[in-house]
Design a protein around this ligand. Structure first.
Ligand code: SAM
Length: 463
């Protein structure tokens, strides 16, 4: 696309916004889009040498506003490399990396990402939280929430719960619950034009109005979930004022206890990136803990069959505890150096999860919600045995597994594993084996008689 493809009403809007800068802005549409990736701090600690190797291999250059962010050129495909599957980095538009940098999440906090799929900002937040505290990562559309959950698992995040709820459903369960909230709002996507010509076809001045109305609604719910003293980042990938500065002015005028701490614009004609708006806001008041208490109606709500617990009255927690014991006995043998992260066990059908957050999150808060990922998926329970979950493999350090194989990224076997093929292994290997690429876990296999049966989930296999 070029600047001649832009809608006339959009060009007029930009003229009134940018004045003499408009020509430079429009010229940016004649240049190729930018590409970025962000290294995952949760993985880098184990394999620090791989960062330099990837920087060299792809000729990466740093993104100035994000210490873990890098630009890559049009002709390289880091998304196809086994290191991508292993969660070493996340492909993310460079300007979008500015939002979480401004939010500045800290380990141990309780954080909500309210509009989270496919997960660029959630995985960035998780990497800064270093596995400590609670991240609730929410996406209203169930199909997109599944992709979000997959990305969170791929990056080895242990302390995130993925929900799929409308903002008002969530705010009923989490009043004033979060230290920080990321609201990367659904917007008219004016910053997507270079990347996606479909966004140009969809754009109209009415779309801008519609998006602004929706953002206003979502902001009410975000406000209700923010603790006094808490901070919130509001971001969009669009340029008009209605969805950005005007929205923030209206919001802070409406809520006297909200104040704007900072507001940033990244413009495609000034910085290398597609453009982003981010505002940092703070709710006045004493920062302090908030203990969630079930409302009478929540307390009386019956357990849902198959969602949590095994459907037998009163069985839930007790059963999850005994499932955890079985898992721990398995892990003592198979993962001798693995320390279970903080959390409580929760059963969803045959799946055992570790719900993070301790006091910060209680199982009842999730009842009645769609929860694609109730924390760290530890295992599938089969009659009397345990099958370790793929998410667990991705959350481990390779050396934590008693039985492991590592494949070099240049070895065709690494690609064979990712295609779901059976591998030849040493005959002495028996049972669950953690397969890795250059020391980064990729998934499980089960060894017997010199063969490693592939346990990479079918949906993740590459063809
Ligand atoms: N934060 C994500 C990331 O960094 O990967 C991108 C989020 S995208 C800009 C906005 C998200 O808001 C979309 O996934 C969209 O499905 C979701 N959304 C759409 N309507 C919504 C609504 N009414 N309330 C909350 N989220 C909504």
């Amino acid at each position: 696309m070029g600047k001649q493809d832009l809608p006339t009403a959009f060009v007029r809007q930009m003229e009134s916004l940018l004045g003499s800068d408009t020509e430079a802005f429009l010229d940016s549409y004649e240049r190729p889009r930018t590409h970025g990736l962000r290294f995952n701090g949760l993985k880098l600690a184990d394999v620090p040498q791989l960062k330099e190797a990837v920087i060299r291999e792809y000729g990466l250059t740093p993104v100035p506003w994000c210490s873990t962010g890098y630009y890559y050129g049009e002709n390289v495909r880091p998304g196809k490399h086994p290191y991508h599957t292993a969660g070493l980095y996340y492909i993310q538009e460079p300007s979008a990396m500015s939002a979480v940098e401004l939010l500045d999440p800290q380990p141990g906090e309780t954080i909500l990402d309210l509009a989270a799929a496919p997960g660029g900002k959630s995985t960035h937040i998780a990497s800064k939280m270093k596995g400590e505290g609670l991240l609730v990562s929410n996406e209203i559309h169930p199909e997109r929430a599944k992709i979000l959950a997959e990305n969170i698992e791929r990056m080895g995040v242990t302390n995130a719960v993925v929900t799929s709820a409308a903002p008002d459903e969530l705010s009923r369960r989490f009043p004033q619950a979060f230290d920080r909230i990321m609201l990367d709002a659904p917007c008219s996507g004016e910053g997507m034009f270079r990347k996606d010509s479909g966004a140009i076809a969809e754009w109209t001045p009415q779309l801008v109005e519609l998006c602004a109305a929706r953002q206003w609604d979502i902001l009410q719910e975000a406000y209700a979930m923010l603790k006094p003293g808490g901070t919130m980042a509001y971001s969009t990938c669009t340029f008009n004022r209605s969805e950005n500065e005007d929205m923030m002015e209206r919001f802070t005028a409406h809520y006297a206890d909200m104040e704007i701490i900072d507001m940033k614009r990244l413009w495609p004609h000034r910085e290398a990136g597609e453009g982003h708006f981010v505002a940092l806001l703070q709710k006045r008041g004493e920062a302090g803990g908030h203990t969630w208490e079930a409302s009478p109606s929540e307390r009386q709500r019956p357990r849902k069959k198959g969602r949590s617990g095994n459907g037998k009255p009163g069985a839930g927690l007790q059963d999850a505890q005994s499932a955890l014991k079985v898992f721990q006995a398995w892990a003592a043998e198979e993962l001798p150096d693995f320390a279970l992260p903080a959390g409580s066990p929760i059963l969803f059908g045959e799946s055992l999860y570790l719900l993070p957050g301790g006091e910060l999150l209680q199982e009842q808060q999730l009842q009645g919600l769609k929860v694609p990922r109730a924390g760290l998926h530890l295992a599938h329970l089969k009659k009397n045995r345990i099958e370790p979950a793929h998410a667990l493999a991705m959350a481990l350090s390779h050396q934590q597994a008693a039985k492991r194989i590592t494949l070099a990224a240049v070895d065709p076997q690494a690609y064979a594993y990712l295609r779901g093929e059976t591998l030849q292994v040493d005959v002495s290997l028996k049972g669950w084996v953690l397969a890795a690429v250059d020391g980064l876990p990729l998934g499980w296999g089960k060894a017997s008689g010199g063969q490693l049966k592939n346990h990479l989930p079918k949906g993740l296999r590459q063809h």
